[in-house]
Design a protein around this ligand. Structure first.
Ligand code: AMP
Length: 567
């Protein structure tokens, strides 16, 4: 297997971004030529035109809801060209953690190719800064259940569709990033068992592991939190060369049996290292002496896990991975040296056609602008036109343009647009919530307590309505501290609409509800049961009343609740 030519990949990226405007035009042309015969485009009267002006004049901006009837016909097995020229044979289930239920989106070879393209590009920039040797990677990746739709199409999460594609493995090899776990573990039917085996494989190959990764960094933190619980069992398995009876699936057992040999020295070494750690600080470099970095999406709703990740990683670099979605990829991280809080993504002008709705303007009148027309410092909602049948599709993400790389913009992910705590004139985003939780958790530092996970809800059953914040915390905390945390949360929403509403009691006192340990694990299990995969899991940061099941899990597990006295 030939390794990728890093310099060539970077050179290609540089020349493409220098010509971003033309590349965008060409990309749109290609998308429309390949799919011009699709019913959706035929009905819009483009009549073969492929220029951006005609495209914008004929094709409306849409949301997933607008496309749902078309996608449903594909899911049900219609083989006529509906959204794409070539029939769609695979469907991705987007993680749905933001909306409450998974959405179906088309997946095809072109989307696979753009996925590999973005993997290769960011690998090139990463490797230039942090070279790796030809070893292995501890990739904490999981597949969802792959099912067949009524119409016979394969359906799984987008990451599952990618991991199952034979090209994925080849690309990982060419990137010196082969997963240390066998396929049976990645595709195991139970993610708890797969997670245990990933950790075990990591330990068996500990000297060879070059980096640790996952799609979203939640999976890495989740894995090492699990390690804290199961490390002795892992050591016992290594000592005896026999897998714990907890792993029950025969395919997983037999794949692991091929790797596991009695190794008391390794077991002793790991045991000693674990006992020597203070509160698991620096666990990762202790276990894996040759790891060069940790890699995964660490921005957006993953930012709250950075603190714990740094705790495990000590001084290892944390490199934030690319920006994309089940619908299509958008940008790549070409500055791996930058800490994840500051990570930005340069849009690849040939992986889709991109437009941006300016958020400064009144939304009814705001006209989308092209990739090269965005302005530095401004925020936009991203619109994708993809090779997989989405045309002028509102992704619902808010990004800020922080600069340009050649002629292609660098985007900072801000938040999901629809994730808002709002009762009347107040508007708080996922980011505002995250900042409030960060500020309030600082009060806990002396108590040695951690906010393990959090979510929120707007409770309109009280009059006036009020914000509810759910916290899962480690350990016992004094009542006074939690009361102060609750006040601090309330004060930390600095949005003028919120503050003024609170002052006149048009919004009631914020409520902090502490939930039992394990509540967020139950939420994760709930989503996995719906067909989501751990790989793509994002804790829902704001749970609406329509997401009743998750709200019930949260409400049924409340152990204490506090009302703010801050106003
Ligand atoms: P999914 O529904 O699993 O396809 O997830 C896609 C969503 O995850 C995007 O629309 C974003 O909201 C979020 N996301 C993906 N990549 C990033 C990133 N690099 N930083 C922050 N959020 C991201």
């Amino acid at each position: 297997m030939e390794l990728l030519d890093v310099d060539k990949l970077i050179e290609e990226f540089e020349s493409m971004t220098k010509d971003a405007g033309n590349v965008q035009r060409e990309t749109l042309k290609k998308i429309l030529e390949e799919n011009g015969c699709a019913e959706y485009l035929q009905n819009l009267g483009l009549n073969g035109r492929t220029d951006p002006e005609s495209f914008k004049a004929c094709v409306p901006l849409v949301t997933h809801n607008d496309l749902q009837p078309y996608i449903q016909r594909i899911v049900d097995g219609s083989s006529s060209p509906i959204l794409t020229g070539k029939p769609i044979t695979t469907i991705s289930l987007s993680s749905g953690t933001t909306q409450g239920k998974p959405k179906f989106v088309p997946f095809n070879d072109e989307l696979m190719e753009t996925t590999l393209q973005i993997y290769r590009t960011s690998y090139a920039f990463r490797t230039r800064e942090f070279p790796i040797e030809n070893g292995k990677a501890l990739q904490l990746i999981y597949s969802s259940k792959q099912s067949k739709t009524k119409g016979g199409l394969i359906a799984g999460t987008a990451t599952t569709n990618v991991f199952r594609n034979s090209q994925f493995k080849n690309t990982m090899k060419a990137m010196q990033s082969q997963c240390c776990s066998p396929d049976e573990v990645i595709f195991g039917p139970d993610f708890h068992q797969s997670l245990y085996c990933h950790l075990l494989c990591g330990l068996i190959f500990r000297e060879e592991i070059q980096f640790i990764s996952s799609t979203f960094s939640h999976s890495i933190v989740h894995a090492f939190r699990t390690f804290e619980q199961v490390w002795e069992e892992l050591c016992a398995d290594i000592r005896e060369g026999v897998l714990t009876s907890r792993i029950t699936f025969p395919s997983v057992r037999s794949a692991m049996a091929k790797l596991l040999k009695p190794n008391p020295e390794l077991a002793d070494l790991i045991h000693k290292k674990c006992l020597g750690l203070n509160n698991w600080y620096g666990l990762i470099p202790e276990l894996f002496p040759n790891v060069k970095y940790i890699y995964g999406i660490m921005t957006g709703s993953m930012e709250p896990y950075l603190k714990k990740l740094r705790h495990y990683a000590r001084d290892l670099p944390l490199i934030s991975a690319d920006y994309g979605s089940s619908e299509g990829w958008i940008g790549t991280n070409v500055n791996p040296n930058v800490p994840p809080e500051l990570a930005t993504f340069v849009v690849l002008p040939d992986i889709g056609y991109f437009e941006f709705i300016p958020l400064k303007e009144n939304i009814e009148e705001a006209k989308p602008v092209g990739l090269t027309e965005v302005k530095v410092g401004e925020e936009y909602e991203v619109i994708i036109t993809s090779f997989a049948g989405l045309y002028r599709y509102r992704l619902g993400d808010v990004v800020k343009v922080t600069g340009f790389h050649n002629l292609s913009p660098e985007l900072k992910f801000i938040c999901r647009r629809n994730l808002m705590l709002t009762i009347n004139i107040d508007k708080n985003t996922e980011k505002d919530l995250q900042l409030a939780v960060e500020a309030a958790s600082k009060l806990n530092i002396e108590e040695k307590l951690e906010v393990l996970d959090f979510s929120s809800h707007v409770d309109l059953s009280t009059n006036p309505g009020h914000y509810v914040i759910f916290w899962e915390i480690s350990g016992e905390v004094r009542e006074e501290v939690l009361e102060e945390c609750c006040n601090c949360l309330d004060r930390s929403f600095v949005d003028a609409g919120y503050v003024s509403s609170r002052k006149i009691n048009a919004i009631g006192p914020l409520e902090l509800r502490v939930v039992q340990r394990g509540t967020f694990q139950k939420i994760l299990n709930h989503y996995v049961g719906l067909g989501a995969a751990l790989s793509q899991f994002k804790t829902p940061r704001c749970v609406g009343s329509t997401n009743n099941e998750v709200l019930q899990i949260l409400c049924n597990n409340v152990v204490k609740s506090y009302f703010s006295t801050a106003f």
